[in-house]
Design a protein around this ligand. Structure first.
Ligand SMILES: NC(=O)c1ccc[n+]([C@@H]2O[C@H](COP(=O)([O-])OP(=O)(O)OC[C@H]3O[C@@H](n4cnc5c(N)ncnc54)[C@H](O)[C@@H]3O)[C@@H](O)[C@H]2O)c1
Ligand SMILES: [Zn+2]
Length: 367
């Protein structure tokens, strides 16, 4: 079934998110947007490109006059300014003009980086997002945040760049490995926890179908996440308020990601950070003990970790607090009032945060 979620701002439609089971709807959608006879650069990583760029290029070529494919090595290590420079040079060599477009085909790394290239090339050209990982379908491709890492700081350099279209072909999820799929589920569960208790219940009752990647269930799930994200982005496009709620689980999560040198996946770290944040919410009297344990245990059937060994608690606390953005803007910690309702907590002590870190720190007992 085709589904469309429209994203608007101040009641003005900005772009559509199209959910399909193949790439056949891509050309008509682009033609409608006026891309006929323009040029495009398709940006993809070297893992996704061999699988899908030929098929996508064939579709794009029905509308665009010329399509040039640019690739970069897959992985977060590539998400930096050196790769951006190389891609910009590729765009220039392809003769891309202001009226042309960048098409991002891949996971969040591709979407963030290609979106950023589109934002700064000739002061901004159009970008079309074709997310292929679960995480990018439910989160990173929507909302216009683009950018790259700088040294060890995640997403330190970037720009807001709204796409002209987000085109999701859910069938590509079949080639995504299980660990990456589960990582995406970390963000899916986040929506239930921060803003939608009935979605949370729905996820629990569909966990088997989700794990089997039943297409109808996945489509419903992805559409629901797109609606959640779009609702928050519409309310707060430039993260001056409520959009920060999407960072639930990310404050400690990012610190773990950094501490483990990005060996753990983003959604895995978000799951750990979410457990810590839920624990702190219980300690602060917001959640009951039962609610906390229910939330914690919910990550397990989705293949996500709820504890971690080999961490230094104090070091994680330091990393949480020294996060450059947190240090510059003040730590905004996201806690839960209950399942489906998050809030911003600005006054947490080091002890509060440390208690959350200790809760997820798995220590093998000797007895
Ligand atoms: N802009 C935002 O609002 C936002 C939000 C959340 C996360 N992010 C960013 O997203 C990034 C993480 O995204 P990600 O998890 O998609 O990472 P990713 O782009 O590195 O993709 C993960 C891996 O899966 C592979 N892959 C992608 N689609 C596939 C498919 N269909 N079949 C087989 N393999 C496939 C990729 O090649 C890669 O190896 C991080 O850099 C994070 O900062 C951005
Ligand atoms: Zn995230």
């Amino acid at each position: 079934m085709s589904r469309t979620v429209s994203v608007s701002m101040n009641k003005k439609p900005i772009y559509d998110i199209k959910l399909e089971q193949d790439f056949a709807g891509l050309a008509p959608a682009l033609e409608e947007l006026g891309f006929k006879d323009r040029n495009a650069v398709l940006i993809s990583d070297d893992k996704v490109s061999p699988m899908y760029s030929e098929e996508v290029t064939a579709e794009l070529s029905k509308v665009f006059e010329k399509v040039t494919v640019l690739t970069f090595p897959a992985g977060e290590e590539s998400k930096n300014l050196d790769s951006v420079t190389a891609l910009l040079r590729g765009m220039l060599a392809a003769g891309l003009k202001r009226s042309d477009a960048v098409v991002a085909l891949g996971g969040g790394v591709t979407g963030d980086m290609a979106g950023f290239c589109a934002a700064i090339y000739m002061r901004g050209i159009s970008v079309i997002q074709i997310p292929t990982s679960l995480l990018s379908m439910v989160d990173s491709s929507i909302g216009g945040k683009t950018g790259v890492d700088l040294d060890q700081y995640k997403n330190m350099v970037g720009a807001f760049k709204m796409p002209s279209l987000v085109y999701i072909n859910t069938s590509v999820l079949r080639s995504l490995d299980k660990r990456q799929f589960n990582s995406g589920m970390g963000e899916v569960l986040k929506y239930g926890l921060i803003m939608d208790a009935s979605f949370y219940e729905w996820l629990l009752s569909n966990m088997v179908e989700i794990d089997d990647r039943e297409s109808a269930v996945l489509e419903e799930m992805i559409e629901h996440c797109c609606i959640c994200k779009q609702r928050i982005v519409e309310r707060d496009p430039f993260e001056q308020g409520d959009r920060a709620l999407l960072n639930f689980g990310h404050t400690i999560g990012h610190a773990i990601e950094k501490y483990k040198d990005f060996k753990l996946l983003h959604g895995e770290c978000v799951a750990l950070g979410s457990v810590a944040a839920a624990y702190i919410s219980w300690q602060k009297g917001r959640l009951s003990k039962d609610e906390y344990y229910e939330i914690r245990d919910m990550f397990v059937p989705f293949g996500l970790p709820i504890s971690i060994d080999d961490i230094d608690d104090e070091e994680i606390l330091k990393l949480t607090k020294s996060d450059k953005k947190a240090a510059l803007n003040g730590i905004k910690f996201i806690l839960l009032k209950r399942v489906g309702k998050a809030y911003i907590e600005k006054d947490l002590s080091d002890e509060d945060i440390l208690a959350g870190i200790k809760e997820i720190h798995y220590v093998e007992s000797n007895d």
